[in-house]
Design a protein around this ligand. Structure first.
Ligand code: FAD
Length: 362
């Protein structure tokens, strides 16, 4: 079958990988370069971890997600995963913190509780309040997102996938599957997959809202902030804000950010991190790492494709599929959910079942 995939982020690339491996003829179109450094999938790091608050169905999929990544590493001939472990902190009775812990219990994921004094002793650089506790988990870590896209790009070209950069799709037809670019060129195919991330709202405005996320990168960080010195990923599982910290390695800078979702924006137009936003970020850092991380190398922004339920979705209209959504948790499911979609296309998985798995419904 001839398939057009619109979007060369992790979803578009993984769908293309599955389909070309199953014998389909695949063309991937993107409005920007491929890989696209502005897309949400292009970064030094994306995290794969188990604590997911009330989104237990997603936490349940994490072991399968690891298996899907392992299959991808086998195809790529190398892994882009770095195991770090994680430290989650939060208020003893916080809803998201408690739900994350009971999710770990339900799934049988090993974790270790740490009291605030123990935490201060082990991680003296980290601020933890008197009413807070923490827990450590071992099995999670960093997916080197940008490297994954670059490796997929090379692999897919050798497998015969055709890439067309600079092709912004502005219209499409559901009946006679085709997509048309801003310059009026039409690509005809048997099937179309839209994997357009936060730009999905440009084509399907009612389905997602693009939410701006800001982060800071630090290159020359103090010794405690290095993976090589045993520094874990740190997650604040608060109900009303969302500090996270990714340690540095010899391959990439450290990063911190705020994963709470409140700034609606446009993924093409609103990329600047304003002085106020930078100040907010520094204040947030100060609440958890009061001595700071040294000079910031760079502030950056990137977008969530937020659905009303904050989950992902798979929708089919005729021969046109749309795979979109998710907030800060979708990168890790790229290979797995793309495999579900390929299984639907090739008749190995019922559409309704795939939709339930992808949207995190039991
Ligand atoms: C700051 C931040 C931190 C995150 N942290 C994590 C994390 O730790 N763990 C995790 O699992 N997930 C995380 N996520 C979420 C994850 O990164 C995204 O959900 C995921 O990468 C989205 O992939 P995608 O392929 O759907 O979209 P994208 O990667 O954005 O790709 C979409 C592509 O489609 C192209 N496109 C769009 N519209 C058109 C069009 N009309 N014509 C042609 N091309 C088009 C775009 O140019 C783009 O290249 C994070 C996200 C952000 C923003």
């Amino acid at each position: 079958m001839k398939v057009i995939v619109v979007g060369a982020g992790i979803y578009g690339m993984c769908v293309a990988h599955e389909l070309v491996s199953n014998g389909h003829s695949v063309t991937v179109l993107d409005q920007y370069d491929i890989p696209n450094r502005l897309c949400s999938s292009y970064d030094h790091h994306r995290l794969i971890r188990y604590p997911y608050g009330t989104q237990t169905e997603y936490a349940k999929r994490v072991p399968e997600a690891f298996e899907a990544w392992n299959r991808l590493w086998a195809s790529l001939g190398r892994s882009h995963f770095i195991r770090t472990g994680s430290l989650s902190v939060g208020r003893r009775n916080g809803a998201w913190f408690s739900a994350s812990l009971s999710g770990l219990e339900t799934l049988g994921v090993p974790y270790r509780n740490i009291t605030a004094p123990e935490c201060r002793e082990k991680y003296p650089w980290l601020e933890i309040g008197p009413n807070e506790i923490a827990f450590e988990t071992a099995g999670c870590g960093i997916l080197q997102a940008g490297k994954i896209l670059e490796s997929l790009d090379v692999l897919l070209r050798t497998k015969g996938v055709v890439f067309e950069a600079g092709q912004r799709i502005t219209s499409f037809s559901f009946d006679d599957p085709s997509v048309t670019t801003h310059e009026g060129f039409t690509y005809q195919s048997d099937l179309v997959v839209f994997a357009t991330g936060a730009w999905h709202s440009h084509l399907f405005p009612s389905e997602i809202q693009p939410i701006k996320q800001t982060y800071a990168l630090h290159k020359d960080v103090p010794g405690f902030a290095h993976i090589e010195n045993g520094c874990p990923i740190v997650m604040d599982l608060a109900d009303d804000h969302g500090f996270y910290f990714v340690p540095a390695s010899d391959q990439f800078p450290a990063k911190y950010g705020n994963h709470s979702a409140h700034m609606i924006g446009d993924p093409t137009l609103d990329r600047e991190v304003t002085r106020e936003e930078q100040q907010e970020m520094r204040s947030l850092l100060n609440t958890r790492i009061p001595d700071g991380l040294g000079e910031s190398e760079k502030f950056g922004s990137c977008y969530y494709a937020m659905t009303k339920t904050e989950t992902m979705a798979l929708v089919r209209t005729g021969s046109v599929y749309r795979l979109y959504g998710g907030s800060g948790n979708s990168f890790k499911f790229g290979p797995l959910f793309s495999q579900y979609l390929a299984d639907v296309i090739d008749g190995r998985l019922e559409l309704g079942r795939a939709q339930r798995l992808i949207s995190g419904v039991q």
